[in-house]
Design a protein around this ligand. Structure first.
Ligand SMILES: CC(C)(COP(=O)(O)OP(=O)(O)OC[C@H]1O[C@@H](n2cnc3c(N)ncnc32)[C@H](O)[C@@H]1OP(=O)(O)O)[C@@H](O)C(=O)NCCC(=O)NCCS
Length: 196
């Protein structure tokens, strides 16, 4: 197996070479879903995007995006203890949304997905991002410390059977669990991205 190297892709519009490699990668990893347009838009539209690729020699073997977001305090009347919390100042906490993540089928089960997640978390810690949210398979993401039951409203209502797929992880264990609603850049506000 070629050695895997993880390096960042600069945010901003993809070059034609980057776009062609990513389009082929996403088509092979997600044969029934076309996620490449989302990847292209996130690159073009979101400042501060954390986009990492895994290279096996000259081949693009995997890719992940972390989108910078904030967790906004819930309005006072939606807080868990409206009486005691009502006077607390509204706060926004830095967070990131993980996804999409993919590894080419011929490179799966070699630790590349895990390495991309770890590298992303390391980068986010350096940026002092507090929490990571993901909508994905709990069987996979629980292996990386994510847990269901986040007290963070997703940007769009989720189908009931996806509630367990909405997961969170705190990068600094000294921080309390997040609560509020996740505010995402416009690219992620399309409700179609949050339902089947
Ligand atoms: C999910 C994915 C990113 C994992 O990448 P990877 O490089 O194979 O992951 P790793 O090598 O770090 O981990 C592999 C382990 O995770 C397990 N795994 C992979 N997908 C899983 C899933 N959906 N549920 C549970 N376990 C899963 C593998 O069985 C393997 O387990 P093992 O080590 O006990 O054999 C990759 O399989 C993929 O791109 N799949 C298609 C696209 C996708 O589903 N993306 C995730 C979006 S939520």
């Amino acid at each position: 197996m070629a050695e895997i190297e993880i390096d960042p892709l600069e945010p901003g519009p993809l070059t034609p070479v980057e776009a062609a490699a990513l389009e082929a990668l996403y088509a092979s990893a997600f044969p029934e879903e076309d996620l490449f347009p989302l990847v292209r838009r996130l690159h073009a539209e979101v400042p501060g995007l954390v986009s990492l690729r895994a290279m096996a020699g000259e081949t693009l073997a995997g890719h992940v995006i972390f989108t910078p977001c904030t967790i906004e305090d819930l309005p006072a009347d939606h807080r868990p203890n409206p009486k005691t919390d009502a006077d607390a100042p509204a706060q926004a906490t830095s967070a990131a949304l993980l996804g999409p993540l993919c590894v080419a089928p011929e490179h799966q089960r070699q630790g590349i997905g895990s390495a991309l997640i770890r590298a992303g978390h390391e980068k986010l810690r350096s940026l002092e991002v507090a929490h990571v949210l993901v909508l994905g398979d709990p069987a996979y993401y629980s292996r990386h410390g994510f847990a269901a039951g986040a007290d963070v409203e997703p940007p769009s209502p989720l189908p009931e059977h996806w509630r367990q797929a909405w997961q969170w992880l705190t990068l600094d264990p000294s921080l309390p669990a997040p609560h509020g609603s996740l505010t995402v850049p416009e690219t992620w506000r399309d409700p179609a991205l949050w339902t089947e």
